[in-house]
Design a protein around this ligand. Structure first.
Ligand code: ZN
Length: 122
């Protein structure tokens, strides 16, 4: 896990390198929510069938390019919801108390994916 400036979003999980990047300018709540969420993506690797992984990666790439189909967006949002849920489980396991701030970050994160990516520099 690395912290970097200007990564264009709060956090990223790269399923190829299995690395997580976190924006180093987040406030504490955003940072913890983002770490839990990105770890949720990493943990979800064990659940997703290998055959399904290329389809998901293609859907994310299409989303980032702003060229996703309805089905691809549905796949991306499903994966995002799962990563937030796994983030909750990780927090519970680590005894990290979650508050409204986690719900807020989840809602904001999902809203970005639901709206679609119109910013080419995202
Ligand atoms: Zn995510």
């Amino acid at each position: 896990m690395t912290w970097k400036p200007d990564i264009g979003c709060d956090g990223l999980y790269d399923p190829i390198s299995h690395q997580v990047e976190i924006d180093n300018e987040l406030d504490n709540d955003e940072e913890i929510a983002t770490i839990l969420h990105e770890l949720g993506h990493a943990m979800d690797e064990y659940r997703v069938e290998r055959l399904d992984q290329p389809r998901r990666m293609k859907a994310y790439t299409a989303w980032y390019d702003g060229k996703d189909t309805k089905l691809q967006r549905k796949l991306v949002i499903e994966e995002e919801i799962i990563a937030w849920k796994i983030g909750r489980l990780i927090a519970k396991q680590l005894k990290i108390p979650l508050g409204k701030w986690y719900d807020y970050n989840q809602k904001a994160g999902l809203a970005v994916y639901r709206a679609g990516n119109k910013n080419e520099n995202y």
